[in-house]
Design a protein around this ligand. Structure first.
Ligand code: PGA
Length: 262
């Protein structure tokens, strides 16, 4: 794993956005795996700025989102489809038909999940997957003890995740759906590159366990230690308990500029 520590979430997000932008410039029909939550917002703002000011072209880019709440229609304000439209898709020149989010209203969950996996394969696989991390170490909605071999499927949110996400539902936990469809850990591990972002003290424990702890399904993000190209962009607060923080800084600072964005 490569750990990139920046002072704040804005510099960390800009550094991560440069990696995404470089991929799109080199491969205009890149397939991106996207995430929701508060973490990727500054990165999406930076991509929108690059589109407007630097002509970053999304016209051939294809996207697949990690997850969606079950039971929320795509028009619901807190659905991940709406989140993506609002925070990214409506502000760049991506074709709506090139954007994919799991169907939270499907009447046939297994068939819909299998079709999502097939669509990723048909698109040529995910070149770069963006990930946030839960305070319990989850990636996507793959909660602790999720199988490392899992594919897109239905999952039940943990009480902790329901509590964490209540802030998006007026603080009312009873409004938070209990189930979701999420890409599996196996799906995430198939992406050619994984970029995990984490900001704030609340993520410090999960980051330390994922980067420096044992690989265990109790901390789903720890599987990224087995991924050939996993980059972790963190601010100082979320890096505060990393034992080898100085070493990660040393490695990153010693890289030539071209390699920093690769
Ligand atoms: P957050 O969520 O970005 O809102 O902190 C991350 C996650 O739960 O994966």
């Amino acid at each position: 794993m490569e750990v990139i520590i920046k002072q704040g979430k804005l510099d960390a997000s800009r550094a991560a956005a440069r990696v995404v932008a470089r991929l799109i410039r080199e491969k205009p029909d890149a397939v991106l795996g996207l995430a929701t939550g508060s973490t990727p917002l500054p990165l999406y703002r930076e991509l929108v700025r690059m589109h407007r000011e630097e002509g970053l072209d999304f016209s051939r880019v294809v996207t697949f989102n990690l997850d969606e709440y079950l039971g929320l229609p795509p028009t619901h304000e807190q659905s991940y489809r709406q989140f993506m439209n609002r925070n990214l898709f409506d502000q760049i020149n991506i074709l709506p038909e090139n954007t994919h989010v799991p169907d939270g209203m499907t009447q046939d969950v297994p068939a819909s999940c299998a079709a999502y996996e097939q669509a990723i394969i048909d698109a040529g696989g995910i070149d770069l997957q963006l990930l946030g991390i839960g305070s319990d170490g989850h990636i996507g909605f793959n909660e602790p003890t999720s199988s490392f071999a899992s594919r897109t499927r239905i999952k039940t949110l943990t009480p902790q995740t329901v509590a964490d996400n209540a802030r998006f539902f007026d603080g009312d936990e009873s409004q938070v759906p209990r189930h979701c469809i999420t890409m599996g850990i196996g799906t995430i591990m198939d992406a050619r590159t994984n970029l995990l972002l984490a900001f704030g003290e609340g993520k410090a424990e999960a980051i330390a366990a994922s980067v420096e702890g044992p690989v265990t399904s109790m901390v789903p993000a720890s599987i990224l230690q087995h991924h050939p190209v996993a980059k972790v962009f963190v601010d100082e607060a979320s890096a505060s308990t990393l034992e080898l923080a100085d070493y990660y800084q040393w490695v990153y600072n010693g890289k030539p500029d071209w390699q920093k964005d690769a």
